[in-house]
Design a protein around this ligand. Structure first.
Ligand code: SF4
Length: 430
């Protein structure tokens, strides 16, 4: 890797150093405005249907989940918070005993829980509560009826989507061994979108497993014959752990829009030797639908400028989709982390004029937004209102994570998410 050239305190310009991608990246380390990794529970708790997420945290953590998740008060919830109170923070209570008691009570009341995630938070880190050790201890009591795992979702260690990465990474060592050659799709998607991918691969003759599976006892096997595709760009630690088990990554575009989804599917089809005509026959109809759906929004989006502030790590592939398929002009594409190896194909396709930035120094970044005044700024909830008040149009980044946006059938909806605030602004102006 090239030595970074320092341009200002807390900022460095560097090249990504990845094969096939040698673009400069502005690296900033300052105050950041991003949700913590606990937020991932909002979508993960729906995915593994017999799992439970027990946040070991404070009332603040509980409030975050309740307000972000719109807590399910009418259904038996699949997450909860073991509250660490001031007595615990002062080191007066043995949190391990307390945790064992809470877990025993929970599992006695809810014998349907097959997998229990202990999720670390800022408070549990501050008092140095070792949840990995706690999970080992609790497994001795509760496994095999319930497997107990631990990961961190704290705002000290993780941003927004890194909670999913930490969760899936904690699963990898528990996966059974596999010897055969299999395709593994990695990432939590809404069931209907996941089914679309699995069905298309099946039509090509490829049996695809998914991590995470929907049931605790049905998690996929992994081994040296495993070839995996990442559905999300933020699964860095999960990828490392899969590779430690012998699995090999298939470099591909991320499946956003018609072009990205074709690239994603084609990469696996090539590795698994799917004949070209069979591949084209399988994707022909859904790809056509995707192109037609995106075309409906092109007029609203083409020529409009956009800046992404760092939030979900989806920013580079989304910017590629908007520029390549919708004709938008990205000015700055900021992301909390840019994993150059996983994103090399995406970064290569972004226009050369785009400023890529990694990390955040929020004041500096807002200065750049005010200077360039993009037609649309994708940012977190806390920054959207102030920017709107300054006459800038914004899009909440969190919507892009909570909405089904992957794959051919969702390509039109994805374009619409960006067109909507621009159209609204036009209507208000009239
Ligand atoms: Fe706040 Fe930390 Fe709890 Fe996240 S983990 S809600 S950042 S206290």
């Amino acid at each position: 890797m090239n030595a970074p050239a320092r341009v200002a305190p807390g900022i460095a310009m560097a090249t990504s150093g990845s094969a096939g991608c040698d673009r400069p990246i502005l690296r900033e380390r300052g105050q950041r405005e991003v949700f913590c990794g606990l937020t991932g529970i909002v979508w993960l708790h729906r995915k593994i249907q017999d799992a439970f997420f027990l946040v070991v945290g404070s009332r603040t953590c509980a409030h975050l989940l309740q307000s972000a998740a719109g807590v399910m008060i009418f259904a038996e919830p699949r997450f909860g918070t073991a509250i660490i109170d001031e007595r615990d923070l002062a080191g007066l209570a043995d949190c391990n005993d307390e945790l064992d008691r809470v877990v025993a009570e929970l599992l006695a009341r809810r014998p349907d829980i097959r997998m229990l995630f202990l999720v670390g938070s800022c408070p549990s880190e501050v008092i140095k509560l070792d949840l990995r050790k706690a999970a080992e201890r609790l497994n001795a009591t509760h496994h095999p009826a319930t497997r107990v795992l631990a990961y961190s979702g704290s705002g000290i260690e993780t941003t927004f989507t890194e909670g999913e990465d930490a969760c899936l990474a904690s699963l990898v060592p528990t996966l059974p061994d596999s010897k055969g050659e299999r395709l593994l799709l990695v990432g939590a998607l809404p069931d209907v979108v996941e089914d679309q991918f699995v069905r298309m691969f099946a039509e090509m003759g490829i049996a695809a497993d998914v991590l995470p599976a929907r049931r605790a006892g049905a998690q996929p096997a992994v081994g040296p014959g495993t070839r995996y595709l990442l559905l999300q760009p933020f699964l860095t630690e999960t990828a490392q752990r899969l590779e430690a088990r012998g699995a090999r990554h298939i470099p591909a575009l991320f499946p956003f829009g018609a072009v990205g989804t074709r690239g994603f599917l084609a990469a696996a089809a090539e590795v698994f030797g799917v004949p070209r005509d069979r591949f084209e026959a399988v994707i022909a109809a859904p790809e056509r639908r995707a192109r037609e759906a995106v075309a409906r929004y092109r007029e609203a989006l083409a020529g409009r400028t956009i800046t992404f502030l760092p939030d979900s790590q989806l920013e580079p592939p989304l910017a590629r989709f908007l520029s390549e398929e919708c004709g938008m002009e990205p000015i700055e594409v900021g992301s909390p982390y840019i994993h150059a190896r996983h994103l090399a194909l995406e970064l290569d396709r972004l226009p050369a004029t785009v400023l890529l930035s990694e990390g955040q120094d929020v004041d500096r970044q807002l200065d750049r937004v005010r200077e360039t005044r993009p037609d649309l700024t994708v940012c977190g909830l806390g920054l959207a209102n102030p920017l709107e008040a300054e006459g800038l149009r914004t899009k909440w980044a969190i919507e892009l994570v909570f909405s089904p946006v992957h794959g051919f059938e969702q390509a039109g909806d994805l374009a619409e998410l960006f067109a909507r605030p621009l159209r609204r602004a036009e209507r208000l102006a009239v």
